[in-house]
Design a protein. Sequence first.
Length: 325
Amino acid sequence: MKTKKITALALSSMLLLSGCGGKTVDGKSIAASTSISNISADTLYDQLSKGTSGKNALFSYVLDQLIDQKYPATDDMKKNAEDTYNQVLNSYTQQYGDEDTAKKQLETALKSSGSYKSIDDYKKRLVYSMQYAEMMKSYIKKHFNTVFDDYYKIANPRKVSIIAVSAANPTNPTADEKANLKEVQDLLKEGQDFGTVAKKYSTDTNTKDAKGSLGIVDSTSSLSDTYGTDVQSKATELKSGETSDVITGSSAFYILHCDTTDKETIKKELKSVDINSPLITYDNYLVYIVFNSYKINYNDKTIKNTLQSFIKEQLKKRSDERKDS
């Protein structure tokens, strides 16, 4: 599972990273402190000496303190993280036969990804991603029109539906598989409703009961993970009301239909912001905007200037990208 690290911060909120007037802990000078922990000057200056990666690490550290204070982990978050972990473990257990082997294989996979140190670390990060999502939801709800307008311009969203016709080897389909595909094509050519055909004939269990609906698809969607890169590309190319030609996948033939690209329709659909909203993940730079919505008092001017300069650089990159789009 890949989780984007994004946050939202309420404009009216305030967090103080306040100086401690020469305070020391374990012999180390404290440059800043939060209700979660102290930040030693040694640690911060060490990060500052590491260039862009160090500045990013420093920003992430301060951001983490904000998140822990404003959106602390709840019992529900921990339970959801445990449920997610158990689903992944069950999948591994089905693959490897017994739970002990499955845990070892899962931990190896997590470590190999470079993102996690252990299963416990994975669980903690699952909880953390939920904290991020809660913060993002709060910000988006308060600034919905602004965020949505940017999303619609940048991410090219639309509602898309899909029909899948299974084939063991799509490059060399059997007579029955060819006949199934032709039947679907003929029905669509006759003008039958795409959703009705999808519900009756599609073999995609993820969308069949929803009349083939993939929901809102945009340039940041991960359709390629399930359906392949050709489906991902075509989904964002179709005009409203347009149906694609047959797309050959690895285990099925796919036909796509663009239900709508209408801005107001999509806006209405996304108005109720939940944890799965694409508005949460479409823009990696939004974190810097929301970070700036907090008033933060720094005891150390070097740290303050470094962070503010780093954030300014990131927002300039965001602005430059939008000029090019």
